[in-house]
Design a protein around this ligand. Structure first.
Ligand code: MG
Ligand code: MG
Length: 260
């Protein structure tokens, strides 16, 4: 897989990205508090968009062009991906039900700087298998962040995710990867959720990455809905997704998409 070169940010630019990330974390906190049986994904989308605009941000997902020219640009501020949906679920009339899991992914532009973050939540009480999937995927992101240190390499991040997920008997989605982030949402390098320690570009201070393990209970295969966006597991098994925007600093990894 191509990795590409890293574009390190200055400390001032990292601070600007952290400001973007705080707005994003606030938006995700707002919609997380609303997640319960009976809520629609469209309602969550409207809350997130209002919060972002009220805080002088721009919802970066809204209007993103599809890779396929026959598919409409993304119509939401959030991606809302329920159960077997991995990523890129379109928010709308879908109603959350007791026992669902939902991945909420959102992006903000503030003063020209992007941030990108996702979390997967339980709707009411969920099965033990679903609960374990969320725990493992959340832990995989934490391990990946711990591996995001100056002098390390992109491959260390993927290797950390891969080890934890595969030891848990779960499956990594390889079709989608994390990415560099900054003035644009997707910059070099790609950040796969698998890899070899020491592989890929070196992590230098000022590197800013969106790290985002996507983990399935069953098959790693991906199928797309007829909407052209929603990506699902090809066996209908549950999928979870957690993401933070992280800066590599002299003082260690700094999560930029936390409310603080
Ligand atoms: Mg995202
Ligand atoms: Mg991302």
């Amino acid at each position: 897989m191509m990795s590409g070169s890293i574009k390190p940010k200055t400390p001032e630019q990292v601070e600007a990205m952290a400001a973007s990330g705080r707005v994003l974390a606030g938006a995700l906190d707002e919609i997380e508090a609303e997640v319960c049986p009976g809520v629609t994904t469209g309602e969550l989308d409207a809350i997130a968009e209002s919060f972002i605009r009220d805080h002088s941000g721009i919802p970066s997902f809204l209007g993103v062009p599809a890779a396929d020219p026959g598919v409409e640009p993304f119509p939401g501020a959030i991606c809302a991906s329920i159960n077997d949906a991995i990523v890129h679920g379109i928010p709308g009339s879908a109603v959350l039900r007791e026992g669902d899991i939902i991945s909420l992914d959102c992006g903000v532009i503030l003063d020209g700087w992007h941030s990108d973050s996702a979390r997967t939540l339980a709707v009411g009480e969920i099965d033990p298998d679903a609960s374990r999937l969320l725990d493992v995927t959340r832990a995989a992101l934490a391990e990946a962040i711990r591996a995001s240190v100056a002098g390390g390499h992109i491959g260390d991040i993927g290797a950390a995710v891969q080890k934890l997920v595969e030891e848990a008997g779960l499956t990594i989605v390889r079709r989608f990867v994390g990415h560099g982030i900054g003035r644009t949402m997707h910059e070099s390098p790609q950040v796969p959720n698998f890899g070899r320690p020491g592989g890929g570009p070196e992590l230098v201070p000022g590197t800013t990455l969106a790290i985002e393990p996507m983990v399935n209970i069953g098959s790693a295969g991906v199928v797309f809905d007829t909407d052209g966006w929603t990506a699902r597991t090809d066996d209908g098994s549950l999928s979870a997704h957690f993401e933070h925007t992280v800066a590599i600093t002299h003082a260690g990894p700094r999560v930029l998409t936390e409310a603080v």
